[in-house]
Design a binder for this molecule. Structure first.
Ligand code: IPE
Ligand code: IPE
Ligand code: MG
Ligand code: MG
Ligand code: MG
Length: 298
């Protein structure tokens, strides 16, 4: 039996160590800026996106971890920036994140904005750092970086966040909720696992399969996030619950009710698990992570 808890804990440890190495030092005039970045980065977090990147590489035969860590950690930089900005008063106006006061509550809005900006731009620099990525095939790295950054922008996370803000308090169609979820959350998750498959040396069929897997679990992940916002435990989640209803957010449970939303997430995960299993034993972690997406309480 594959021990998912042990796998996640070990990968999280490797990712956390690398994140500490890659964050610029908190000294001189930028000390407080870097402290604000570090506050949000190290407050906790499942490290799902970097772990998916590593598991995507492993699924197609990329056995080492070290060469993929800069790209994996760049994904966590981008994700953390998205959380800092998502929590700002102009967006979701949340005070608690990863069990800690949000970045703007602790450091002020100006510095939280800039900490987010810095994490995004540091992500690009890290991903393309010539020294740290010398062991990777340059064409594969270019393709992976393009996938990640295009999935973080208008055609992905930022596009989805904008639609999320615009849809709040309105009656929305199922198609728009699909768009919001697939983009604000799904796109970066798909890019995380897909970039791993690209860097790990996957062939076109394998990369397509992994990207499809990522699309399915990415959507399921946000549905579960919406469900946990209703029935989750704030102390476990480390964020305030009930916020979506307060803001009139376009969510699956609001659209169709809790049970149908749960069914939809489970169906997506079942399809993702099948795709992972089709890749063979090296994709065992991907198959196990898919199940975790809907089982998780955190
Ligand atoms: C929360 O993401 C924000 C969404 C995109 C739904 P995670 O649930 O992965 O948050 P952390 O990284 O574990 O804090
Ligand atoms: C956020 O979705 C997606 C991001 C891109 C950060 P949510 O607004 O639902 O995430 P939480 O619930 O605040 O973590
Ligand atoms: Mg939001
Ligand atoms: Mg939010
Ligand atoms: Mg949420």
């Amino acid at each position: 039996m594959f021990d998912l808890a042990a796998y996640l804990a070990e990968r999280r440890r490797l990712v956390d160590e690398a994140l500490h190495r890659y964050l610029p030092p908190a000294e001189g005039p930028v000390r407080e800026l870097v402290e604000a970045m570090a506050h949000s980065l190290f407050a906790g977090g499942k490290r799902l996106r970097p772990i998916l990147c590593l598991a995507g590489a492993e699924a197609v035969g990329g056995e080492e971890v070290e060469p993929f860590l800069p790209v994996a950690c760049a994904l966590e930089f981008i994700h953390t920036y998205s959380l800092i900005h998502d929590d700002l008063p102009a967006l979701d106006d949340d005070d608690l994140r990863r069990g800690q006061p949000t970045c703007h509550v602790k450091f002020g809005e100006a510095r939280a904005l800039l900490a987010g900006d810095a994490l995004l731009t540091e992500a690009a620099a890290l991903c393309l750092d010539p020294g740290l990525t010398a062991g990777l095939d340059p064409r594969r790295l270019q393709r992976a970086a393009h996938l990640i950054f295009s999935s973080a922008g208008v055609r992905g996370m930022v596009g989805g966040q904008d639609a999320d803000v615009a849809a709040a308090g309105r009656d929305v169609e199922r198609e728009l909720v699909d768009f919001i979820h697939a983009n604000k959350t799904g796109a970066l998750i798909r890019a995380a696992v897909g970039s791993g498959a690209i860097l790990g040396g996957g062939d076109e069929d394998q990369i397509e399969t992994v990207l499809d897997y990522g699309r399915l679990i990415g959507l399921a992940f946000q549905i579960q996030d919406d469900i946990l916002d209703i029935e989750g435990d704030a102390a476990t989640l480390g964020k305030v619950v009930g916020a979506d209803a307060r803001l009139g957010k376009a969510t699956y449970p609001a659209l169709m009710g809790l049970d149908p939303a749960r069914d939809r997430a489970r169906d997506l995960v079942a399809r993702a698990t099948e795709l992972a299993l089709s890749l063979g034993v090296s994709a065992e972690p991907l198959a196990a992570v898919a199940g975790y997406i809907v089982e998780r309480r955190i």
